[in-house]
Design a binder for this molecule. Structure first.
Ligand SMILES: Cc1ncc(C[n+]2csc(CCOP(=O)(O)OP(=O)(O)O)c2C)c(N)n1
Length: 281
């Protein structure tokens, strides 16, 4: 799919969105380097998705993050916290001193997300619950007559949990057209590749009554086009199947066989950061 500057009519161009996702990756790498470890491969993989959601798709006022009519972004994978903190910092919701405390004891920015952190909508950690919470929020907003959307990120590993499919069934049955799921299909799960074969993922969602678009989740143009296409759907919940590459932007991490949790030697973080800088696409 070739998309030329489709983002321009939303006030941000594709090159600017690419700059944003690069800035997110830089932030994540610096946070992981300070901490010395982290779920950085997933974060790098989902940076483009987050850039499009926060800087183009969502109606959201960083000056007023608790605005009741805001669109909500729910990150179901609490262990991807480094990615969410990066985008919240880039939005100006988290301060630089918050970021400096990432992962430390007593910090507002724990390694797994917590709903008391500014800008974080739900507590993560126990996988398989984000979509259900998203359905509840979407229904609540509709009942309140609010014109607000809910976007839920979830992982391919979470597709192996029954609660995800109960939520998918409910959303379709209740015709939650104000709900969009983004499935981060990065192909990894804890100790290596996905344990269960979940293909064909798109067909599964379609059979549950969702409007489905499948994209390369590291292609910002395709992501923008997917959101635009789904914005036209008004009678069903929607899902974007985003095929992402863990470690995107840092070849050594892309090549790493076990990338679920990354711990490298102190000096090696600098080399990985250098790789990111040298691979700015
Ligand atoms: C209910 C639940 N079971 C197990 C875990 C432990 N756990 C943490 S991350 C993870 C891997 C899950 O795979 P996926 O969600 O696809 O994430 P990725 O490997 O891409 O980080 C697991 C099993 C958990 N957090 N919650």
């Amino acid at each position: 799919m070739t998309v030329v500057n489709i983002a321009a009519d939303r006030g941000i161009s594709l090159p600017d969105l690419r700059d944003k996702s690069f800035a997110l990756r830089q932030r994540m790498m610096n946070m992981a380097a300070d901490k010395g470890e982290g779920y950085i491969a997933q974060g790098l993989g989902i940076a483009d998705v987050l850039a499009v959601i926060y800087f183009r798709q969502m109606r959201f006022d960083p000056q007023n993050p608790n605005w009741m009519d805001r669109d909500r972004f729910l990150m179901s994978t609490g262990h991807y916290s480094v990615a969410l903190y990066a985008v919240l910092a880039e939005m100006g919701i988290l301060r630089e001193e918050d970021i400096a405390s990432y992962g430390l004891n007593g910090s507002d920015l724990p390694m797994s997300t917590f709903d008391e952190t500014p800008g974080v909508e739900i507590t993560g950690g126990s996988l398989g619950h984000g979509l259900g919470q998203g359905v509840g929020m979407a229904l609540g907003l509709r009942l309140d007559g609010r014109d607000a959307a809910v976007i839920v990120e979830l992982s391919d590993g979470e597709l192996q949990e029954g609660s995800t499919w109960e939520s998918a069934m409910s959303a379709a049955s209740f015709r939650c057209s104000n709900l969009t799921a983004v499935v981060d299909c990065n192909g990894i799960q804890a100790d290596g590749p996905l344990v269960l074969d979940m293909e064909p993922v798109a067909d599964k969602w379609a059979s549950f009554g969702w409007a489905v678009v499948e994209v390369n989740g590291n292609d910002i143009g395709q992501l923008c086009a997917a959101f635009d296409e789904l914005d036209l759907v008004t009678d069903r919940p929607k899902v974007i199947i985003a095929r992402t590459t863990p470690g995107h932007g840092v070849p050594t991490l892309v090549a790493r066989e076990r990338a679920h949790f990354v711990r490298v030697g102190e000096g090696e973080w600098d080399l990985l950061i250098e790789e990111l800088e040298n691979n700015r696409g």
